[in-house]
Structures are given as structure tokens and as C-alpha cells.
Ligand binder design. Structure first.
Ligand SMILES: Cc1cc2nc3c(=O)[nH]c(=O)nc-3n(C[C@H](O)[C@H](O)[C@H](O)COP(=O)(O)OP(=O)(O)OC[C@H]3O[C@@H](n4cnc5c(N)ncnc54)[C@H](O)[C@@H]3O)c2cc1C
Length: 65
């Protein structure tokens, strides 16, 4: 869950940073950082799989895998 939280926090921070730059965000290096925070939602494990694992290991919830 810590991994999931940091991926989400990184994504939201990068999103705020990109928005601060407005349209120029696409031209400056900050766009690269934005893409890198996107990666943390997929690797080394996707946030969907983390959430799926947690959901499947809490008694009473249906398993999705
Ligand atoms: C730049 C980069 C560097 C990497 N370096 C390494 C490395 O050094 N060592 C290493 O071992 N691996 C490395 N990897 C691989 C990385 O661990 C995998 O990319 C990661 O585990 C995601 O697997 P996948 O790419 O097969 O995507 P998938 O697991 O196929 O996921 C694709 C999409 O489907 C979704 N998804 C998949 N299954 C489910 C599900 N059950 N429920 C809901 N949604 C689901 C995911 O959320 C995602 O959006 C690297 C990957 C990248 C991109």
C-alpha cells in the first residue's frame, strides 16, 4: 500500500507541476518528469495489481484474479 500511495502522490505532484507550467509544460523538461511518474503506476508493479491483491486478501471481498 505504501508503494501504491507513493505512486499516486508522485503522479499528483507531477500533474500539479505540469499544470503550473500551462501549455509550456509540454515543451519543457518537466514533461519528462511527468512521464516518469506515470511509469511508477505500472512498474515495478501496477497499482491495479496492488489493489487487486489487497482486495483478494481481505476476507469477504471477491477475488479478481
Ligand atoms: C522502464 C521499465 C523498466 C523496467 N525494469 C524492470 C527491471 O529492472 N526488472 C524487472 O523485473 N522488471 C522491469 N520492468 C518490468 C515491470 O516490472 C513491468 O512492466 C510491470 O510489472 C508491469 O507489467 P507489464 O508491463 O506486463 O504490464 P501488465 O501487468 O500487462 O499491465 C498492463 C495494464 O493492465 C493492467 N492490469 C494487469 N493486470 C490487471 C489486473 N489483474 N487487474 C486490473 N488491471 C490489471 C495494469 O494496471 C496495466 O494498466 C520494467 C518496465 C519498464 C517499463
Amino acid at each position: 500500500m505504501a508503494r501504491c500511495l507513493t505512486a499516486k502522490a508522485g503522479w499528483e505532484a507531477a500533474d500539479a507541476c505540469l499544470r503550473f507550467h500551462g501549455g509550456f509544460g509540454c515543451d519543457y523538461d518537466v514533461e519528462r518528469k511527468f512521464r516518469e511518474t506515470w511509469l511508477y503506476q505500472v512498474a515495478p508493479i501496477s497499482t491495479n495489481l496492488i489493489l487487486s491483491y489487497v482486495a483478494g486478501h481481505i476476507p469477504g471481498l471477491p477475488r479478481s484474479y
